[in-house]
Design a protein. Structure first.
Length: 214
């Protein structure tokens, strides 16, 4: 087995070749929309979130309007994304904090973003990397967690620790794209239940690759 660092770089290069156009699959036109879409995407699919946000952002185009929304109405508006009570509460609370503490503009630092109600490090990383083009970390979602483990890039299961491990192995300029590409690979090939190792372009550098049947 090659050294981990070398393998990580090889994986980065191959993923770039395999998914040259991988990008954020949530629709957004500004940082506020991406923040809200990411908050709604927990335990949901990006396709479903995009359907919901299409009308949601027409109704509430900015933090000021969303901050004034009623809980009951917001629950109806985001219901299709699941966990709608908590999500409605969180997007209203985050919008209020953006209005009260940041003059209605989404803040651009990890510290300020994670201080918003309902915003964790993953959501902040999505916004910083994709809306502000400021990658200060790597987005670790369920696909990245699974693939980083299978590819032997981390032995950790905690998202923050996985992120730290990946940040040491992947060049910073690749952080945003690496995460999108890993997610694309997790959706298409290295799926949760039965990874398609025989079709995988990483199978010779992956310690979890299943042997092809005789
Ligand atoms: S070889 Fe198999 S386990 Fe490894 S990344 Fe590819 S699909 Fe996933």
């Amino acid at each position: 087995m090659r050294k981990k660092q070398e393998r990580a770089l090889e994986i980065t290069v191959r993923l770039k070749r395999m998914y040259p156009k991988a990008k954020c699959s949530l629709d957004f036109t500004n940082p506020f929309e991406l923040l809200i879409a990411t908050m709604l995407s927990a335990q949901s699919t990006d396709v479903r979130v995009n359907i919901v946000t299409k009308s949601l952002f027409r109704k509430y185009p900015d933090a000021a309007t969303m901050a004034k929304a009623s809980q009951v109405e917001m629950e109806r508006d985001v219901k299709q994304t699941g966990f709608f009570r908590n999500k409605a509460k969180a997007v209203i609370a985050a919008s209020k904090a953006i209005v009260e503490k940041h003059g209605g503009r989404v803040p651009e630092t990890m510290e300020e973003l994670t201080a918003l109600p309902g915003v964790g490090r993953k959501t902040a990383n999505v916004v910083l990397s994709n809306a502000f083009k400021k990658p200060v970390g790597i987005v670790v979602d369920t696909h990245v967690t699974r693939l980083a483990g299978r590819l032997g890039l981390t032995a950790n299961t905690d998202a923050v620790k996985i992120e730290e491990d990946l940040m040491k192995l992947i060049p910073q300029k690749e952080w945003t794209a690496f995460s999108h590409r890993l997610i694309a690979h997790g959706r298409e090939i290295c799926v949760a239940r039965k990874p398609k190792c025989a079709q995988c372009g990483l199978n010779d550098v992956c310690p979890s690759a299943e042997e092809p049947p005789e």
